[in-house]
Write a protein that binds this ligand. Structure first.
Ligand SMILES: [Cu+2]
Length: 328
């Protein structure tokens, strides 16, 4: 009798587990996820990376999240432009290669599909913006010539010029042709491509340039890691030294491997496979006379492993990695 009860219990357990497995939502594959997301690296006219704009299909629209730095404080026009070419040396001015606003079904400026809420930059030059829009789809932005996300040098008036104003150029009242096309947001300060020409980028990798020489950069990062009670330095891999032992030559290249079990565990509890990309790494490498520091964008890794709902933690990790890489 007891045996039968045990057997029944086991069967019930198996049935319950089976049902749970059936009910578990199927994780989408990487490529499907990639199709629903875009990660746009913005650069200023000097080529410096100023941050990321992420677009993710969500419901019947697109969720947009921007985190930028190195901009002048105040409001900036923020648009999608028609062409995925961000050329800082374009003949008619930086990033004019990206064409005009992405108009979509809209008419004049203010109704362009590519008109996004203005970017507000704080005193310290950083900006965070998150919103949801149904004005465009990722498919539309990924047309044959791509698209570009643009930050302008000035603020955007959304062509909101009342009729009591008369244009000194056209003599007409209200917004003139230029205002209707551009919102008078001024020069193009930063640009990033969607489905465009940024093929030199390594997907998911953030690279900054160090203003110190190679060894001082390595030592500084090492000090910052060991001096942080939350971090553990696991090891330092000297790739160039190993290359020498194999009879090959490689410019200075060192990998610092370190972690924060408190943060990493939370991510692995969500998706165990992110363990293949943890702990964190910083690669210090010399190219010509420049010393570069590269690291994996934690949001990219989270996307890779299907982690969602950890944006705040991922932002904190991204901020820490940026601080370690730049010493700032
Ligand atoms: Cu624009």
């Amino acid at each position: 009798m007891r045996r039968i009860l045990l057997l029944t219990l086991c069967l019930l357990l198996v049935a319950a587990t089976g049902a749970a497995a059936l009910q578990q939502p199927k994780r989408s594959t990487g490529s499907e996820r990639g199709d629903r997301r875009e990660r746009v690296m913005l650069r200023d006219a000097d080529g410096a990376r100023i941050g990321l704009v992420r677009l993710r299909e969500h419901g019947d629209g697109v969720a947009v999240r921007a985190r930028l730095r190195g901009l002048s404080s105040g409001f900036h026009g923020f648009h999608v432009h028609t062409t995925g070419i961000c050329d800082p040396d374009a003949a008619e001015g930086p990033f004019t290669s990206a064409g005009g606003h992405y108009v979509g079904d809209g008419g004049a400026h203010g109704d362009h599909a590519g008109d996004m809420p203005s970017l507000y930059v704080a005193e310290n030059g950083t900006a965070k913006l998150a919103f949801h829009t149904d004005a465009f789809t990722l498919g539309e932005l990924r047309d044959a010539d791509g698209s570009a996300v643009m930050v302008h040098a000035g603020s955007d008036n959304f062509a909101n010029i009342p009729d009591r104003y008369t244009s000194s150029l056209s003599g007409e009242t209200g917004p003139d042709e230029k205002t209707l096309a551009t919102g008078d947001a001024g020069d193009r300060a930063a640009c990033g491509t969607i489905g465009g020409d940024d093929s030199d980028e390594v997907a998911g990798l953030v690279t900054v340039t160090s203003d110190q020489r190679f060894l001082p950069t390595v030592r500084r990062i090492r000090r910052d890691i060991t001096g942080n009670p939350d971090l553990t330095l696991v090891t330092v891999v000297k790739h160039a030294r190993s290359a020498g032992r194999a009879g090959l030559s490689l410019p200075p290249t060192r990998l610092l491997i370190f972690g924060n079990p408190g943060a990493g565990t939370v991510l692995m509890q969500d998706a165990r496979t992110i363990g293949i990309d943890l702990p964190q790494k910083l690669l210090v490498w010399r190219e010509g006379t420049e010393i570069k520091v590269s690291y994996n964008d934690p949001h990219y890794l989270a996307d890779r492993h299907g982690i969602s709902g950890q944006d705040e933690l991922l932002d904190q990790i991204a901020e820490l990695l940026h601080q370690l890489a730049t010493g700032g």
